[in-house]
Design a protein around this ligand. Sequence first.
Ligand code: CTP
Length: 365
Amino acid sequence: MQIYKVGGAVRDRLLGRPVSDVDWLVVGATVEQMQAQGFRPVGADFPVFLHPHTGEEYALARTERKSGRGYGGFTFHASPDVTLEDDLIRRDLTINAMAEDEQGTLYDPYHGKRDLDQRLLRHVSPAFAEDPLRVLRVARFAARYAPLGFKVADETLALMRQIGESGELQALTAERSWKEIERALMESEPQVFIEVLRSCGALEHLMPELAQGADTLAALHQAAQRQQALPVRWACLLRGLEPAAIKALNQRFKAPRECQELAVLVGEFAERADQALAMAPANLLEMLQKFDVYRRPQRFEDFIAACEMAALGPGYPQGEYLRGAAEAARAVDVKPLVEQGLTGQALGEALKGERLKALEAYTAG
Ligand code: CTP
């Protein structure tokens, strides 16, 4: 059997980027031979194994045949007669379809090195279409490697367009799609992910709410440059959409709760935050109550960050002002009210009254 390093590890080494995990490809072996050498199978019907000592992934060379619609509609053919070229041709991009043997010799039958040098994301073969998730992967790689000058090849964009039109993107599971979206949002140029999806028409199928909606990409870019957390980036992207559209996107991709919540709150309150300096104390209080700034201070911070990213200017004085207001409301002590014998709803009302007074003082000062 021959063992090759494949995929991202080869690509990133050639790009001079840090290699996080290494995938190995085994040619000329059977499942039984792998097990006899102590490799542990990862799943029942998937020809991938973990190395007994390093824990790295070793996959048997395989060809893949589409047997149905949607994810799960795959059958795998792995056998010792599947060659390196057979395996590599069914991978997504030429830059991901290179292999290196144990002596460090590069195997590059589909010219991945040339495309790396030309900064091109190009599909290897029509087999690209076997997995529609690759449309999102390509857009994600475009976002990741944009600072290096990478572009998607025209013929690959055309194929991505066809996949979108085939309806296959809607058949992807929420979990697989979200994983790509999340990784793309955390790249340094996440707006490129959306731009690429838009340019091949895929955005219309994946996120129609965003396809002709408000332009929020500058805010998203800013959020990445300022290294904001995932929920802030997601909220920046969805800002300006109607509440129903935000909800639909949240649910379609089963976004994590923190992302969902922040996107909804930004949708509802961002405009008011922009006007914070002119806000009446009662409206400020209503907003702070809605955010539950007393128990969820970080969520309010993330909200302010998302508003600040969209402001795009050098400063956002509203942010400091809102922080100050939250502090003033939070500083109200509940103890004297309890000592007066107040409980339940009466205590709640009294506390609100005291907070309002504190905000009146804050806004007056
Ligand atoms: N691959 C593919 N199609 C997919 C997923 C993976 O062709 N839908 C192939 C590519 O050759 C890829 C390799 O499997 O390089 C490993 O996949 P993965 O670990 O997901 O990605 P990496 O290329 O290692 O990239 P990343 O740095 O994003 O992990």
